[in-house]
Design a protein around this ligand. Structure first.
Ligand code: SAM
Length: 241
């Protein structure tokens, strides 16, 4: 049996610093902006010549944070409520025979600063530090199949949960607005996806949840079955600024 070894051509820099609350597919959270940093021999502007004329790219990457946990033949997709099993190959699970993921991202810009080539992307569903194996232009005439049957994932998940932000958090967001102009939209769009495990969705629970976005720890809770309140935000390292 042949085996193949691949090395990353770059790494993702993402507002998502931990797995919890990352959207389950790309494009669901348009305010999730990040960059792909090309490295070593791949950090040459030449490699991206012509790419900026495409609005979207395919990013092939390694599910590096879960890769060591191996794979399972059957998994429970959150879209099926987390209680029905299907084959791994019928899923977008991270626990795959080869831990390779693929995401279509919006390509917003390509910039070279101090000889570092950065691809600016949005709609990310990727963790900070995700190793990138390849990048290809997204070609709608072939990659998009509007009449395709997508079984249990025909539509994007419904956003049936609303999100409110407390006054004190809004004040904090205003203070950091010049550095993070999309942070407020990011928090709302991420939480509208209801990041709780599938078995908890549709339920009220009195747990206090935390998510980490950029350098911030954000706390939120359910205030009714379909309403989330964001009530606290602090710098992750607690440093005074
Ligand atoms: N669009 C990709 C695909 O279909 O191959 C990813 C789908 S997968 C269901 C998306 C989830 O992967 C995210 O919600 C996040 O929890 C997880 N994830 C993102 N980056 C990861 C990484 N580097 N290592 C492990 N898990 C990651």
């Amino acid at each position: 049996m042949s085996s193949y070894q691949f090395s990353p051509i770059g790494y993702v820099h993402s507002p998502y610093k931990e797995k919890f609350a990352i959207p389950r597919q790309p494009g669901l959270v348009s305010a999730a902006q990040g960059t792909i940093e090309l490295i070593n021999d791949f950090n040459q502007q030449e490699l991206t010549r012509g790419l900026a004329d495409f609005s979207h790219i395919w990013v092939l990457f390694v599910f590096h944070q879960t890769a060591e946990q191996g794979w399972k033949p059957l998994i429970r997709p959150p879209r099926l409520g987390g209680n029905k099993k299907i084959g791994v190959l019928a899923s977008r699970s991270t626990f795959r025979p080869n831990p390779i993921g693929m995401s279509v991202l919006s390509l917003d810009d390509i910039r070279v600063t101090n000889k570092q080539c950065l691809l600016h992307v949005s709609g990310l569903d990727l963790l900070e530090g995700t190793p990138v194996l390849d990048i290809k232009p997204y070609v709608p005439y072939s990659d998009s199949v509007p009449q395709a049957n997508a079984s249990y994932a025909t539509h994007a998940p419904n956003e049936t949960i609303s999100v409110s932000i407390s006054e004190s958090v809004n004040e904090f967001l205003l203070n950091v607005n010049s550095r993070y102009p999309k942070l407020s939209s990011l928090i709302i769009q991420v939480l509208e996806q209801d990041p709780r495990p599938a078995y908890k969705q549709q339920q009220v629970d009195d747990k206090i949840y935390g998510i980490r976005l950029y350098e911030f720890n954000i706390k939120w809770r359910l205030i009714s079955a379909r309403k989330i309140q964001v009530f606290d935000i602090t710098y992750h390292d607690n440093a005074t600024r």
